[in-house]
Write a protein that binds this ligand. Structure first.
Ligand code: NAP
Length: 228
């Protein structure tokens, strides 16, 4: 790239890591656009420019790259957000620009962890014992599969309230974000008499508070593995 042309970096975001990368690059003087899917109504402020909403598949993303003079893409989306990551690979290859995918290693089971490792959310639902009080640490688009377990009570945390009641026979709704502080997560689990946690092996610091809390309380965790 000619020395007089500044890079324009597109960060595919929606995660704590993406926000940290945006802060670092903007502080270093880069021209940065962070893209959010638009899942939360009030996203936390970010440095640099922000755009919100889907691109319209890999082709839409390639078009966005061309029309906005993007010179580099950083895919810092959630490790289970496979569709946008695949679109990013296709669009960057088509546009002939570099794509970076920062590593976010999966969590590894530690002494004291009681994990039931499964391959899918369907398997997670099937693994729950009758009568369990289950904290579902999952986005709202992943809850429906647990409606097959009316014999369990669910505890669900969301950033924004749901538009209509959830499809569970019995559930508690918590409005808020995960805490990195395991004691706060443990207080929440105790207050709702949680017996099991269900989550995906996302890795990273932001969601680890609940794993530490489950360890300290001896709670079983139904952990959905990453696709290999
Ligand atoms: P996904 O299944 O891979 O994406 C579904 C569609 O949403 C994509 O095809 C794309 O639509 C759009 N999309 C996803 N991420 C986008 C982004 N950063 N900017 C613009 N459009 C985006 O992803 P998902 O599992 O639904 O997750 C959606 C977003 O939420 C991701 O950005 C992810 O990083 C974030 N997320 C964060 C957490 C967290 O704990 N912080 C957890 C889960 C997800 P088009 O095809 O129309 O472009």
């Amino acid at each position: 790239m000619p020395a007089d042309r500044r890079e324009t970096i597109l960060i595919l975001g929606g995660t704590a890591e993406a926000a940290a990368i945006a802060r670092r690059l903007v502080a270093a003087g880069a021209d940065v656009v962070t893209s959010l899917a638009g899942r939360t109504s009030n996203p936390a402020p970010l440095p640099g420019r922000i755009r919100i909403g889907g691109f319209g598949g890999a082709e839409g993303l390639a078009r966005y790259i061309a029309e906005n003079g993007i010179t580099r893409v950083i895919d810092a989306t959630h490790p289970f957000a496979n569709r946008i990551s695949q679109n990013a690979r296709l669009a960057c290859a088509a546009a002939g620009i570099p794509l970076e995918r920062p590593e976010r290693p999966a969590w590894e089971k530690q002494p004291g962890d009681d994990w039931i490792e499964v391959e899918s959310l369907d398997e997670a639902a099937a693994a729950l014992p009758a009568g369990a009080r289950v904290f579902l640490a999952l986005g709202r688009q992943h809850l429906a599969v647990f409606e097959s377990r009316p014999d369990c009570h669910f505890v669900v945390r969301m950033v924004d309230p749901p538009e209509k009641p959830l499809g569970f026979a019995g559930y508690d709704l918590i409005l808020g974000k995960p805490s990195v502080n395991p004691e706060e997560e443990a207080d929440l689990f105790r207050a709702h008499r949680v017996t099991h946690l269900v989550c995906r092996n996302s890795g990273g610091e932001a969601g680890y508070g609940k794993i530490l809390a489950a360890r300290s309380m001896g709670l079983p965790v139904v952990m959905v593995r990453r696709a290999t």
